[in-house]
Ligand binder design. Sequence first.
Ligand code: XMP
Length: 510
Amino acid sequence: MDNIVVLDFGSQYSNLICRRIRDINVYCELLPFNTSIKELQQIRPNGIIFSGGPASVYFNDSPKPDKEIFELGIPILGICYGHQLIIDHFGGKVKKTSTREYGRADLIIDNKGDLFSTIDSKIKCWMSHGDAAENLPEGFEILGHTENSFSAAIANQEKRLYGIQFHPEVVHTENGSEILKNFSQKICRAKPSWNMESFIESTIEAIQQRVGNEKVLCAVSGGIDSTTVAALFDKAIGKNLKCVFVNHGLLREDEEVLVTGLFKDYLQSEVIYVNAEKQFLQKLKGVCNPEIKRSVIGEEFAKVFMDVVKKNGHFQWLAQGTLYPDVIESGVSKGPASAIKTHHNVGGMPKWLNLKTIEPLRTLYKDEVKRVAKLLGVPNEFLQRHPFPGPGLAVRIIGEVTPEKIRIARHASKIVEDELNAAGLYHKVWQAYALVGDDRAVGVLGDQRIYGHIATIKIVESIDAMTADWTRLPYEIIGKMSDRITNEVEDVSWVTYAVSSKPPATIEPQ
Ligand code: XMP
């Protein structure tokens, strides 16, 4: 399939470049800056984009691609640091500027070429750099300038090498997507063949080829990712798929009934229900550290799967719903993005499970998964539920996980969801729940003094969970939630509202 490769030099926007290219229906992958020439030759990209990055090209230890990349005859677009890399490689000079250019600037286009052929002669662009070209290498011409950058856009059109000092991937650059489209489709001639219909078709075919007649076990949680994986395998291999839904005792209220019921109606494959509440809660006794909680839960999941494998015949494969941002955020992509939290579905299951892992969504972003799910006819109840972490309420309980704290987090969260639904706001927010820890505060209930728990309501808005803003919920709704929680949830005396965004906070407290 036609595709573009983005080489990641450490910019916070690298992922975004990839997103933008996919939005114009060209398949795009983000790879580490030092990806070997051999690997690139295997991928055969129609074009390569060098991302921006925080380094300066004139230092010896700054990240550089293999020099041979310039000899491959593949069009290259360098963005910001990538632009400076091209100038430096071909013998131009890059140096620190006296005035750092940051924010919006007017880009005057002097020569439209193919890159700007569909763009106005003057656009707003987004700059963020402290280095700039002092002089250009031979063979390069100026395509555009700003007040502070005489060479904000350059090209050697014959060799199809382009460099832009600004960031076309951020929304502040006018026609940014159009510039990326011109590069991918006009200059690189990549056909816009990436769409979710073709993804489904090719993935089903790939699953059938890879799995053959072997049996696949798929753990489903009712979340959109694992449901989509199950739906793909259901279509691809039918009866050779078995799903397993594990109740670890850390689910939302009535979740097990809802999810197993929905699956029964939707899938032709069997869904095995395992109630492992006691086993999980026993293992979590005395565990307070969030990362240890995650690893205990991950390990118990694996043990449950092992049991299912033993009781239900021979499985060779375990299907998982790992997504592209999970791969990048966990640092598995080898790129500069580093691990933040261990999301237990990345990195595979323990070897002793003896199952081969298959992850058909590994290349997709969340909104692409949602589109796939819709096309596969996944019921709306699955599509519209808020995301819920694999370790469940355990990461919404600060300190030790106890039956009392589970009861409080579960019941109070149900009230938060109910009130949001009643106000017609459930679908407008990304996640909403109540968390609980060990802090207590005095209250008076009837004539009795109680020293109850403090429940904290957390509601956030987000597009992709990478960043999130706390929701400015009307006071009356917060008040109603608070009244109901203190009245209806036994042993809660106070309710607070979390007003921390991500960053610096994360969405889950643990
Ligand atoms: P954070 O807390 O990192 O969460 O801001 C980002 C998104 O990921 C979900 N999350 C998890 N999902 N296993 C999961 O499957 C986990 O351990 C986990 N931790 C957080 C969280 O609910 C949010 O949507």
